[in-house]
Design a protein around this ligand. Structure first.
Ligand SMILES: Cc1cc2nc3c(=O)[nH]c(=O)nc-3n(C[C@H](O)[C@H](O)[C@H](O)COP(=O)(O)O)c2cc1C
Length: 165
């Protein structure tokens, strides 16, 4: 199963997490793509798409995702799998990691299969578009307030998506 990582990152946090996921998943640097400088058609090269965005504004995806998503959301990705991740800040308690939920909603129409849901346990926030309450649509990380939790979360999540892929 060929895996590609696609991320949008304004200040480098999600880019760094994408590289860490790449190491844990044995994904080559050449298959780890900043959506700011990647054509949407690149998703066609992969069976498993690991896609990540930080959350900005008031619960929005990182800016570089807009053009990329415009190109991807109309594709037929039947038979492919998508695993989502995101970086945010729990103190933005009404929009914590909303970008993961936004990516999910916009990519649903591709009919790809989503994998990599993650327990919402251990996070502290009031509301998140990434979650239905018990689970998150993907891995969410708070590198601002809880970087010490990231390594374990990354390991648990990548183990899970290796099993589900
Ligand atoms: C102006 C601003 C708005 C933000 N809005 C949100 C938000 O609504 N929800 C959230 O979870 N995090 C929010 N964040 C936190 C960022 O998502 C977090 O710092 C993230 O690690 C940045 O990742 P990046 O460097 O990859 O873009 C915001 C940060 C800033 C500076």
């Amino acid at each position: 199963m060929k895996t590609g990582i696609f991320y949008g990152s304004a200040t480098g946090t999600t880019a760094d997490v994408a590289r860490r996921i790449g190491k844990l998943m044995n994904v080559a640097d050449a298959d780890t793509h900043d959506v700011a400088s990647t054509a949407p058609s690149a998703v066609g090269n992969y069976d498993l798409l690991i896609m990540g965005s930080s959350t900005w504004g008031n619960g929005e995806i990182e800016d570089d995702w807009y053009d990329f998503l415009d190109g991807v959301e109309s594709l037929d990705l039947h038979g492919r799998k998508i695993a989502l991740f995101g970086c945010g800040d729990e103190t933005m308690s009404d929009t914590f990691c909303d970008a993961v939920g936004v990516l999910y909603e916009r990519l649903k129409g591709t009919v790809a299969e989503f994998i990599g849901e993650f327990p919402a346990e251990g996070y502290h926030y009031d509301r998140s578009a990434a979650s239905d309450g018990a689970t998150m649509r993907g891995l969410v990380l708070d590198e601002v307030n809880h970087p010490e939790l990231t390594a374990t979360r990354l390991r648990d999540w990548t183990d899970k998506i290796k099993n589900e892929a």
